[in-house]
Write a protein that binds this ligand. Structure first.
Ligand code: DC
Length: 275
């Protein structure tokens, strides 16, 4: 089944109200489920005035839309067709907070954060044709640089020549505790044992698949986040980025006509322009 990548790179505009400083690195952050990637990746992007690309959200959104539209989660070709035909975008949030993911104009940002969607995403992520479709979009979105991309295969497949590659890890027990606390805070009542079992299942599925498995790139820096506060991990990654020349952006002076506040995550259009 032939798949074609996007015909031309989709728009990926940075909306930071600040002057970019230093080289616009591509920072790849990989790691297993609940390793803290998302929190840390977003924070790195915020500090450096970079865009943040959550590739897990793309697999989740595709899985959710497949269910909504009755596409079987076992039909590789139909799932890949769906990935190429929908318009998937990240749009900056109205207020503070991470960019939101839209599919064909629908905001799915909250709906994709359930256990079920996570399992579905992991299940469809085994299909090479699905991965090729989403990887092509991710590469186009990251092409300009000045971006932090998190996922499972970013340092190995999506951005093998990223200027900085981080592999975040933590013990399954610690990751289960984090995921459990997050679910509790959202009012989801589930046992810690159940969450730990799910973490083990996801690890097996994400590491065991033939295409784009979760794997540390040879040139990635491993950071074990077990027992470490996110700020500490953030400082370490920023230090590594600084070694490669990255600097926080210079705010635009008040009165210059632009908002000189915190940089916002730029809108990312993850669809071919004609989709
Ligand atoms: O990071 P996450 O839990 O939101 O990701 C959901 C699933 O998507 C994960 O179990 C595996 C898949 N995924 C992937 O295969 N490759 C990526 N780059 C990102 C996520």
């Amino acid at each position: 089944m032939p798949e074609s990548p996007p015909k031309s790179p989709p728009a990926a505009s940075a909306a930071a109200a600040s002057v970019p400083a230093g080289p616009r690195l591509r920072i790849a952050i990989d790691g297993p489920a609940a390793s803290g990637k998302g929190t840390v990746a977003r924070a790195v992007a915020d500090v450096l005035g970079y865009r943040y690309l959550d590739t897990g959200a793309m697999y989740r959104a595709l899985a959710l839309v497949a269910r909504q539209r009755g596409v079987p989660l076992t039909d590789e070709a139909a799932l890949a067709d769906l990935a190429r035909s929908v318009r998937m975008e990240f749009r900056a949030a109205d207020g503070p907070g991470p960019a939101r993911i839209f599919v064909d104009g629908h905001d799915l940002s909250e709906a994709i954060r359930t256990q079920q969607v996570g399992e579905d995403a992991s299940a469809i992520a085994v299909y090479p044709a699905v991965r090729r479709a989403l990887v092509a979009l991710q590469q186009a979105l990251a092409a300009e640089g000045g971006v932090v991309v998190d996922g499972r295969d970013i340092g190995t497949v999506v951005l093998p020549d990223a200027e900085l590659k981080i592999y975040l890890d933590a013990t399954p027990e610690e990751r289960a505790r984090r995921r459990w606390a997050e679910l509790q805070s959202r009012g989801v009542d589930v046992g810690l044992d159940e969450v730990l079992a799910e973490i083990h299942r996801r690890d097996r599925q994400d590491s065991g698949r033939a295409t784009g498995p979760l794997r540390k790139a040879d040139d990635a820096i491993t950071i074990d986040t077990t027992g470490r506060p996110p700020d500490d991990v953030l400082a370490e990654i920023l230090a590594r980025a600084a070694e490669r020349g990255a600097r926080p952006p210079t705010p635009i002076a008040p009165g210059s006509g632009a908002d000189a506040g915190r940089p916002t995550t730029g809108a990312l259009d993850a669809s071919p322009p004609d989709a």
